[in-house]
Design a protein around this ligand. Sequence first.
Ligand code: 4NP
Length: 158
Amino acid sequence: MDKTKILFVCLGNICRSPSAEAVMKAIVKKAGMADSFEIDSAGIIGYHAGEPADQRMQRHALQRDIHLTSISRAVKSPGDFEYFDYIIGMDDQNMNDLFELCPSEDYSAKISKMTDYCTSHSNTSVPDPYYGGAAGFELVLDILEDACQGLLDSIKNE
Ligand code: 4NP
């Protein structure tokens, strides 16, 4: 069977989307479904391309035994839109940018927002933690753990 391919997207690909990638990988591994998924992340901007995740984000994730290993890259259009089954933005600006980058209406149904999969958080975006303090990084991880579990449940129910 074909793998389900998921691309998580935020602005810089050094805080939220690499965390979403790592949280989702941990959740599918725990569910014994790692072989059924290909999971990646990218940024709307390539400003941090080639860099590992933000040190603060890495530290907070490690406290939950989540290891951020991905290296930042920019979203590729049309390639990413053709290749991935799910392209998931973190906030409304990411969503606007993704719809703008999307090369064809045929692919726009692949685009969704991370918080749409939350079942216990009422947040409507994963807030950018880059210019804030520790609480912002913890909130990102709390929302992502909820949303990634919801995403897996939603995919399993398809
Ligand atoms: P991210 O956070 O989109 O969650 O990776 C940011 C990282 C870097 C910048 C903005 C947001 N930046 O402007 O450099």
